[in-house]
Design a protein around this ligand. Sequence first.
Ligand code: RP5
Length: 167
Amino acid sequence: MVGIIMGSTSDLPVMEQAATFLQSMEIPFELTIISAHRTPERMFRYAKIAKERGIKVIIAGAGGAAHLPGMVASCTTLPVVGVPILSSNSIDGWDSILSILQMPSGIPVATVALNGATNAGILAAKIIGANDENISKKLEAYQQSLTDKVLNGVEEVNTRYPNTFEK
Ligand code: RP5
């Protein structure tokens, strides 16, 4: 249902975070390496037949001259979530971010933060969850768990420091 792709196996430690989130939501996904520069034909083929293979959202990660997400987006009507990666050939990460973020009008890539693969997984789940009540409910529970975590922290801090603001 979700296709996770990345330019190199060196991107895997970051991109696995998207896979981990999708697993926690029980959303089926596939994951593979596709390089825009080193395997361009594989990239075009993947993007062109992704929809007919049943994929609903593509998460694409790359670093440096990060052309994979944008080029894939140019060959499909599926939503593409881009993950800029701070890689060995990145100057400082801004190169990866801007390569993915600054798409021309007409070919959007939903770009998350540098190394933000968990958010890419969440965004993909939200896109699918817009038409799937079961996934939507799981996302609600996930967001509630984030709220609970913060409020537990509030309680913890209140035992050590004075505060009169409501919880
Ligand atoms: C990009 O170049 C890849 O997405 C990766 O982030 C970066 C470095 O690739 P390797 O040289 O580690 O294979 O295309």
